[in-house]
Design a protein around this ligand. Structure first.
Ligand code: MN
Length: 747
């Protein structure tokens, strides 16, 4: 074959594909704007001239294929077809968006611009880049939904031709498709595309499993066909009698959907493949509502086959959020198998297949906002309320994307869609942000429930609110919807900004009071060093919350004032409400060895005089405690408190090894003592406590661990004291703090 013949046949191939596109277009109800489509095709062909895809095809074959998907499988019109033809021109050639705007229309140019912006993979090398790209994707989507529809068409064609990519790229593209494009297609109601995307991803991610399932599927095909024909024959008769035009479809199961069911239900292939699924698509007559006619067919069907009492889904009375409508029923076939039957009108079918685009086509004349419109609106709202952290945004959005939905009712009987697992608080936010922020609880089916109550499908929900109520941090644990989460975060951020401003005001006031105003920057740095904080905002926040006392701040920024306890300050989980930490009051390793043999503090009874001894680990006796000595197997003497439970056991088991011991009271060494402090979790309590220990008593703190729950804080304080007298005095002083309820030595 000569060079020119080869080029000629390629041109023919391209022309053939373009004619096929025009044919697909001519089969639609769109106004026939062949001229601009031809112009877009010619322009793209010339722009990509000489470039080939990995498959060896001329590049233009790709935009042509994408345009065909856009018109044939999604049902979009000339603007989208042009944008699809031009979608890689700005990305891959020297032409700009401005060129396209000049040659075509501003709308086409802006869609191409959107497609160019999201041309990189959603998955960057870093998670944050990935999230950022994803956000860009959503932004362009909310500007014009056609951008994302064309992007999905682009991805579909790339998946169909994925075999030409190197293996590692296959993994990346397949993973990304599975992760975001398939769910998006699902959310937009593009079921066949979603199914194909998932299936192709599966094929490249698990090639062996895919091949195995595919083999088994084709082996059972003939059988399936036969039982399908047997099943539909009597239904056909009835539909003919009723005078309907109709068609039947056997729902094709993809290897992916079978594999997913096998995973989910832990069953072998054989248990899944023979589940027959049948679809009835009919043209309704105009004398009756579509819904009534679906139920008439239901009635005819269940006159032939017995229905499963619990498997009826009426997606006509309450369509799915992506616009899906149909009547689903499961009946018992003649051979004793359950068969799922979907009853749809032609309109419902088109919506089910082409999702959004078909939805728009049929929407004319409907005043009502569709669920899909509402969903798109909620995405726009989310985007207008941006989080500082892109990853968080991604998480909240994905929640929204994958959640399956339930229906609940307002007291007025209005139906609302809400993700499964949503709580009363989510519902309050769904109705109105204001209502969410003041929500105190709800009445579900007339029973009072807390904010965190998880709603069930069919619940009637009345939100109770009060003007005195405001969002609490633990509310984050009560909500699952993107809207509630992002609104709560926005609220807390706003509150924090206010608190920081207030703290800053206090700080400036303190510095001004000290007549050191001119050195404010230096003072700030000194304060940060002192409290071991990194950011001024942290300091301001603690000041405004009362965690740092202004009087103490004054000491902190005055040079040469040092106090050891402050080192602990930055480590204290002040207002922690983390219940997991409740019992983790960790006792760090004590410097026991240092304490043990420094000098003699214990006077042992005559025959043990002068022997080596250690202080027991279980009860940590300190001077002033009543003690006794115990001689262990190695002849070592261990000093226990007399009331130590361990000593109690020894008393009954090894009474002969016990002997009396006394403290030689002097104030040379300190000993570790542990006290447990309980009180009301109010800001400033810890500061007061630490002031008493460190400033008033000059006692060194060995460790401090504070947990808080339900407004009660629990502090485990390890201190180094000389004797019981000092410890008692300290405890007495701590008890005087108003918010402290109990102080107890715990070993
Ligand atoms: Mn492309």
């Amino acid at each position: 074959m000569t060079e020119s013949e080869n080029t000629l046949s390629e041109d023919q191939l391209i022309e053939q594909e373009f004619q096929a596109l025009l044919y697909d277009y001519s089969q639609t109800a769109h106004r026939q704007k062949v001229e601009i489509i031809t112009k877009a095709f010619q322009f793209a062909k010339q722009a990509h001239k000489g470039i080939r895809r990995r498959s060896g095809e001329p590049y233009i074959m790709h935009p042509l294929a994408v345009a065909r998907i856009v018109v044939k499988e999604i049902g979009l019109g000339s603007t989208s077809i042009c944008a699809a033809l031009l979608h890689d021109v700005v990305e891959d050639t020297d032409y700009t968006v401005e060129d396209i705007e000049k040659l075509f229309t501003p709308k086409i140019a802006s869609i191409v611009d959107g497609l160019t912006k999201i041309s990189g993979g959603v998955f960057g090398t870093q998670a944050s880049v990935q999230a950022e790209n994803f956000r860009k994707l959503l932004l362009t989507m909310s500007e014009d939904i056609r951008v994302i529809l064309i992007k999905i068409a682009d991805r579909l064609h790339n998946m169909r031709t994925l075999e030409f990519q190197p293996v590692e790229k296959q993994y990346k593209i397949a993973g990304e498709t599975q992760y975001i494009y398939a769910p998006l297609a699902h959310r937009l109601g593009l079921f066949p595309i979603k199914t194909e995307l998932e299936n192709l991803s599966f094929k490249y991610e698990h090639p062996d499993t895919y091949a195995e399932i595919e083999k088994k599927l084709s082996a059972t095909e003939a059988n399936q066909r036969e039982s399908f024909n047997r099943f539909v024959a009597p239904i056909k008769e009835r539909l003919d009698d009723m005078g309907y035009e109709y068609k039947f479809e056997a729902r094709i199961k993809s290897p992916y959907s079978i594999w997913k069911k096998m995973q989910e239900k832990h069953v072998p292939f054989e248990d899944i493949f023979d589940l027959l699924a049948v679809r009835i698509i009919f043209r309704p007559n105009t004398t009756m509502s579509e819904k009534d006619q679906c139920w008439m067919i239901y009635s005819a069907l269940t006159g032939i086959y017995k229905p499963h009492p619990e498997r009826i889904r009426d997606w006509i009375s309450t369509p799915k959020a992506n616009g899906y409508e149909a009547l689903h029923v499961t009946v018992m076939g003649k051979d004793g198998q359950w068969v799922e039957v979907q009853i749809r009108t032609e309109r419902m079918h088109e919506i089910a297949e082409k999702g959004l685009a078909a939805h728009w086509k049929y929407k004319m004349g409907y005043a009502d906002e569709s669920e899909l419109d509402k969903w798109l609106k909620s995405i726009k709202e989310l985007l207008q309320n941006p989080e500082s952290n892109a990853m968080e945004f991604l998480d909240t959005f994905k929640l929204n994307l994958f959640a399956s939905e339930i229906f609940v009712f307002t007291p007025a009987g209005e139906i609302k869609t809400i993700p499964q697992g949503a709580t009363a608080l989510d519902f309050a936010y769904l109705l109105h942000t204001e209502l969410g922020e003041h929500c105190i609880g709800a009445k579900v089916n007339h029973n009072l429930v807390p904010l965190s109550h998880v709603l069930q499908g069919g619940d009637q929900v009345e939100i109770l609110s009060s003007h005195n109520q405001h969002p609490q941090h633990e509310w984050m644990d009560y909500v699952i919807t993107a809207k509630a989460k992002s609104r709560l975060k926005a609220y807390f951020k706003k509150e924090e900004r206010k608190a920081i401003q207030e703290g800053k005001r206090i700080f400036v006031e303190v510095v001004e009071g000290m007549q050191m105003k001119d050195q404010i920057e230096g003072q700030l740095q000194r304060a940060l060093n002192y409290y071991q904080l990194k950011m001024p905002s942290q300091l301001f926040l603690q000041l405004s919350k009362g965690l740092i006392d202004p009087a103490d701040l004054e000491k902190a920024i005055r040079p040469k004032q040092k106090s050891t306890w402050l080192r602990y300050l930055s480590n204290i989980p002040f207002i922690s409400s983390d219940s997991n930490r409740q019992n983790s009051a960790a006792k760090t390793d004590l410097p026991q060895k240092e304490q043990k043999r420094k000098s003699k503090h214990i006077v042992l009874s005559e025959d043990n005089m002068g022997k080596e001894y250690v202080l027991a680990d279980c009860c940590h006796p300190i001077p002033g405690d009543e003690v006794l000595g115990y001689k262990n197997d190695d002849g070592m003497v261990i000093i226990h408190k007399r009331n130590c439970p361990e000593a109690g056991i020894l008393k009954s088991s090894h009474g002969n090894r016990l002997f009396s011991a006394e403290w030689d009271m002097h104030r040379l060494n300190t000993f570790v003592a542990t006290i447990e402090i309980k009180g009301i979790d109010k800001v400033g309590v810890i500061i007061k406590l630490l002031n008493i220990v460190s400033d008033d008593f000059k006692i060194n703190i060995h460790d401090l661990h504070v947990t808080a729950q339900d407004g009660i804080f629990n502090g485990i304080l390890q201190i180094l004291v000389y004797d019981t007298q000092e410890l008692q005095d300290l405890c007495t002083a701590i008890r005087k703090i108003k918010e402290i309820n109990s102080v107890l030595r715990i070993d």
